[in-house]
Structure formats: structure tokens, C-alpha cells
Design a protein around this ligand. Sequence first.
Ligand SMILES: N[C@@H](CCC(=O)N[C@@H](CS)C(=O)NCC(=O)O)C(=O)O
Length: 235
Amino acid sequence: MVRSVRHGDRLRGVGGMILIGQYDSPFVRRVAIALNHHGIVFERRVLSVFADFDEMLEINPLGKVPVVELDGGERLFDSRAILDYVDGLVGPQARLVPSAEPHRREVLRVDAIALGLAEKLYERGIEFVRKARGSADPVWTERLKRQIQSATSWLEAQRPLPFFCGDRLSLADISTAVAFTFLKEKQSALFSAGAYPLLEAHCDFFERLHPFSASPYSAKEASDSGWFPTADRGP
Ligand SMILES: N[C@@H](CCC(=O)N[C@@H](CS)C(=O)NCC(=O)O)C(=O)O
């Protein structure tokens, strides 16, 4: 049984974990940042869902990341399931999704929009980079653009100063900061400096903190798996 005893910067009693995925993925990064925040030591296997698709299908029946492999080989799929497990390892005060209402639903409300924003950004990238060149669907990409702008404006309107909920870090902050970095790095055509000042400040603040900077966005891992920087300009 896993003990949830915090000791210094390390969570004791948690065996070695392996996080599978790249740091150009906001879903992989949010897991890494949560593990760093809790002081849970992990190894990472840098596998691409594109370049290493065959291997990924052996690891996860969907071929997706993130995957976390626990000591002994058991695997967890999907950042939501992984983060739920990780929150269960730590004491109630340290949870990134608090157990008590109304804080729980406040964090989950923001997290749902931030995670959904990351998913829409990812989908838009697929249109331009992973489909045959010139075959992006203009109606669909316009819809994605509106969803991205609407979700980003909604997050800005929540006024994170710097935290979204209460006075401490929660999953809402992690998911929003990584999604905003993903927007700037991979969909820069949809980003203009100064348009979302509170989100920019929020992102800058958190990306400098150790749990984030220890697992930074990786442009190299993106390009190694076929991403190209002008991809988001569209047709
Ligand atoms: N809801 C999932 C989303 C994960 C996801 O979409 N990951 C992307 C990489 S950034 C992926 O695995 N894509 C491959 C695919 O969908 O086939 C989560 O939170 O883990």
C-alpha cells in the first residue's frame, strides 16, 4: 500500500514512476508538473505518438500520451486518471483538486475549460500538420478558432491574480498555464501579445516556478516528431 507521507521535498513510499510522452504536450506536462510539485520522483520516456506510433500502441491501446507506468508495470492512461491517482497519494491539504466544496467544483470548472482549450489547440494543429498538406477543413478550423478564442477569453475573465482558486496552486493553474504556453508555442497565429494580459502574467509567473521549469515546453521534442513552426498559419 502506498503511504502518503511527505518528507522534505520527496513523497516517501511511492515507487519509481515512468511518465511516457513529450514535453510539447500540455497533457504530458501537466502530469509532470503535478509530480514535480508533490516531490514525486519519476523517469520519463520520450516517445512520440506520431514517430513512435507502433510502440505507443503496445503501451496504450489508444496509442496516446500521457501514460504513467507504476512500479511493477501497471499503467495509467489519460492525464485526468493519472492526476486523480496522484492526488490520492498526497494528504488532503496537498491535493491539487481539493476535496471540499465549493473549492473542488471551482477548480474543476476552470480545469475543464483549460483542458478543453488544450484539446482544441491540439486538434487545430492536427488540421495543419498531420493531415495531407492543403487538406485542412476551413469550416472546421474556423470553428476550432472560435472555440479557442472563446475559452481563452473565458479564462481571462476569471481574473487569476495569480491563482484561479483561493490562495494556493491548484490544477486550474497548472492546466491553464500549460495550455497558454501551448497556444503561444504551437498556435502563435492565434496569439497576440497583450490580448490576454492576466493570462500572460499568470503563465509567466507559474512557468518560472520550479515544478514548471523542471519540465519545460520542448520545441525540440515537437520538431523531432514532425512539427514545423509555421504550421499554424494555415492555408
Ligand atoms: N484527454 C487526454 C488527451 C491526451 C491527448 O490528446 N494526447 C495527444 C498528445 S498531445 C495524443 O496522444 N494524441 C494522439 C492521438 O490522439 O491519436 C488527456 O488528458 O490525457
